[in-house]
Design a protein around this ligand. Sequence first.
Ligand SMILES: [Zn+2]
Ligand SMILES: [Zn+2]
Length: 111
Amino acid sequence: MTALSWDAKNQIAWSNVSQVVYIAFWYPDGVWGGDTCGCIDDRCIGYHHEAWEDCGCIRALLTIHRTELEHAMQDRRLEVKARRAAAVEERRARRRESVAAGAAARRGMGR
Ligand SMILES: [Zn+2]
Ligand SMILES: [Zn+2]
């Protein structure tokens, strides 16, 4: 596995993303296949930018990463909310059923 450069590590750290998460985001098998500068293209240095320049790709990639993570978190939050609402609805339905059953039983006894 290609080691990430000092700049790449710093960029990732500044984005509040762990290296493992960053790598797994682009390479689900957890093996970094990109360049050392943090670009997911394995030939970034010398192609996208010169070796002495900071990589612009990782900055853009981290922005995508952050946005997607935020969306994923939002989705998860909505999902939790929906699940909670469904559980409450189910409890209410069960309560309505037992009330109805009780009323029916009382009606039955009255007859
Ligand atoms: Zn690149
Ligand atoms: Zn690069």
